[in-house]
Design a protein around this ligand. Structure first.
Ligand code: MG
Length: 223
C-alpha cells in the first residue's frame, strides 16, 4: 500500500482516492482546445500510480506521447461530505507538488471515442508526489506558485491564484458526491506548457510561496 508523509510530523497517511482536476487553468484548457468548464471536472487515478522523490517514471510502450503536467497537490486529513465552502480548508492536512503524467495520444483517442481516461491517466508511475507541507504553515493556498524544470530548463510556471476553481470550491463541490477521507489526494490541475517527456529526462517540480521561496520539491527521472 502506498502512503505519504507530512513534513515535520511522524504522521503518515495510507493513500486513498486520488482525485485529479481537469481544465483548472484557463490557459491550459485553451492549449488542449477544451472549453473552460462551468463546474469542476475531475477524474481518478489509482493509488498504485504513486511514486516518490527520486523515483523513475516508466513510459508505457503503447504511447509515443507521455506528457508532464505539474500540479499542486492537496492531502486530505479529515473525513467529510457535503462540506461547506467556508469549512473546506479545515479538511486539508497539507499541500505538496505532484506530476499528473498523461499518455496524451491515448487520452486523445479516448476523448474522440468518448471512452474513459483511466488508462491514459492511471498507469503505473503516473502520479509522482512530494511529501506534504502542513496546511497551517502554508496560509492561503490560492497565492502559491508552481514550477517544473526539465533537464534544468523551466517548462511550466504559474500561480494557484489562476485556478478556475479555488481549493475551497473544489473540496466543497466534490464532497457533494464523494466522501473525502484522510489520505485522499487531490491534484489541482496543470497550467499551460505541457509537453512530451523523453527517456532520461530529469524532472524537478516545486511548490513555492507567494514570494517564490521554495516550500517543497520533487525530483524524478524518466527511465
Ligand atoms: Mg492534470
Amino acid at each position: 500500500m502506498k502512503s505519504v508523509t507530512l513534513r515535520g510530523t511522524d504522521k503518515f497517511y495510507p493513500v486513498g482516492k486520488i482525485i485529479c482536476l481537469g481544465q483548472n487553468y484557463a490557459e491550459h484548457a485553451k492549449e488542449l482546445k477544451f472549453e473552460v468548464p462551468a463546474s469542476p471536472v475531475f477524474f481518478l487515478k489509482p493509488p498504485s500510480a504513486i511514486i516518490y522523490e527520486g523515483g523513475q517514471i516508466v513510459l508505457p510502450e503503447i504511447s509515443n506521447e507521455v506528457h508532464h503536467e505539474v500540479e499542486m497537490t492537496i492531502l486530505i486529513g479529515e473525513k467529510g461530505n457535503n462540506i461547506h465552502r467556508c469549512a473546506a480548508l479545515k479538511h486539508v492536512a497539507g499541500y505538496g507538488i505532484g506530476l499528473d503524467m498523461t499518455m496524451r495520444d491515448i487520452q486523445n483517442e479516448a476523448k474522440k471515442k468518448g471512452l474513459p481516461w483511466a488508462l491514459a491517466k492511471g498507469f503505473d508511475t503516473s502520479a509522482p508526489v512530494s511529501e506534504f507541507i502542513p496546511a497551517e504553515t502554508i496560509g492561503d493556498p490560492g497565492s502559491l506558485n508552481i514550477q517544473l524544470f526539465i533537464n534544468g530548463k523551466l517548462r511550466q510556471s504559474s500561480s494557484t491564484s489562476k485556478f478556475v476553481f479555488p481549493v475551497d470550491k473544489v473540496i466543497s463541490y466534490i464532497s457533494q458526491f464523494i466522501t473525502f477521507e484522510p489520505g485522499d489526494i487531490i491534484f489541482t490541475g496543470t497550467p499551460e506548457g505541457v509537453s512530451r517527456v523523453e527517456h532520461g529526462d530529469k524532472l524537478e517540480a516545486s511548490l513555492l510561496d507567494a514570494n517564490k521561496n521554495k516550500l517543497v520539491s520533487l525530483s524524478v527521472s524518466v527511465q
